[in-house]
Design a protein around this ligand. Structure first.
Ligand SMILES: Nc1ncnc2c1ncn2[C@@H]1O[C@H](COP(=O)(O)OP(=O)(O)OP(=O)(O)O)[C@@H](O)[C@H]1O
Length: 269
């Protein structure tokens, strides 16, 4: 089966700094891959490069193919055709994705309308309202009628992340990129959002690129992991294998830290 996302020998650099060195990362349709590494290792830049969202001061070399189309050096028009339908991104901070001055219902309606137009459909106002409420139900937002009328600052952080997920899913992407989607949330809400993503990705048969610095978080949701350190891939493989037998000293330290945390939790009164 041909890859949905195929990154080969991706290097990124600014005028005078190398940020990523020869990264390879492939995701098949429906596959779930974790990209892990410490802060500053290049995880977000890899995701931005995959969707053609790199800051203008960063140059890329190597090759990236998304849904069979080249991404590096693609025009904005070509990238706009890929964004949303081939891949959609959920960011760490949901407010990044939300317009503070627009009601939640309208924000979810916009990608739904665009997706329908792309499929050659024109939704009436009533159909669009119904689709928005259905989408809010899919991401388990409570009291959807009230939240549809609310502004982003009037709902909780966890609810905002559910809205951002709804907006990403409204585009029906083949690949969902989740860039540390639970880091800004408290522990209980983190677990709920992880469960939600896990369920939605399975139900919709989407591929997932899950970015995190936290190996145990990733382990529960992906099939395979790629470990980045200082801009280089140091290890990659099936998640259970990497967890049980980490080969690289850096991965070993991540696994040891996770076990130490579990032990500390087990010992807590
Ligand atoms: N526009 C930019 N110009 C120059 N350097 C940048 C730019 N954006 C990111 N970097 C640098 O590239 C490196 C990788 O950044 P990136 O955001 O991909 O890390 P990350 O692994 O996602 O970290 P975190 O977990 O903290 O989000 C960092 O050293 C960062 O400072």
């Amino acid at each position: 089966m041909s890859a949905l996302l195929d990154i080969k020998q991706l290097s990124l650099h600014t005028e005078n700094v190398r940020l990523l060195y020869g990264v390879d990362l492939t995701i098949a349709p429906g596959e779930r891959v974790g990209l892990i590494g410490e802060s500053g290792s290049g995880k977000s830049l890899t995701a931005m490069a995959a969707t053609g969202l790199l800051p203008t001061n960063i140059r890329a070399s190597g090759s990236i193919t998304l849904a069979g189309r080249p991404v590096i050096d693609a025009s904005e028009h070509q990238l706009n055709l890929l964004r949303g339908s081939a891949a959609a991104v959920v960011f760490q901070e949901p407010l990044t994705a939300l317009d503070p001055l627009m009601r939640i219902g309208r924000q979810i309606a916009e990608p739904l309308r665009r997706r329908a137009a792309r499929d050659g459909q024109r939704l009436s106002g009533t159909e669009l309202d119904a689709a928005v409420l259905a989408m809010m139900g899919d991401v388990a937002l409570p009291d959807p009628e009230r939240i549809a009328r609310a502004y982003p600052h009037e709902i909780s952080g966890g609810q905002r992340q559910r809205v951002a997920i709804a907006m990403a899913l409204a585009c029906k992407p083949s690949l969902l990129i989740a860039d540390e989607p639970t880091t800004a949330l408290d522990v209980t809400t983190q677990a709920e959002i992880l469960c939600l993503l896990d369920r939605l990705v399975r139900e919709r048969n989407m591929a997932l690129l899950f970015i995190s610095h936290d190996l145990p978080v990733v382990a529960g949701i992906v099939d395979r992991v790629v470990v980045l350190r200082q801009g280089e891939v140091v290890e990659a493989g099936p998640v259970h294998q990497v967890f049980a037998h980490p080969q690289h000293a850096y991965t070993q330290s991540l696994v040891a830290a996770a076990h130490a945390f579990d032990t500390a939790l087990g010992a807590a009164p």
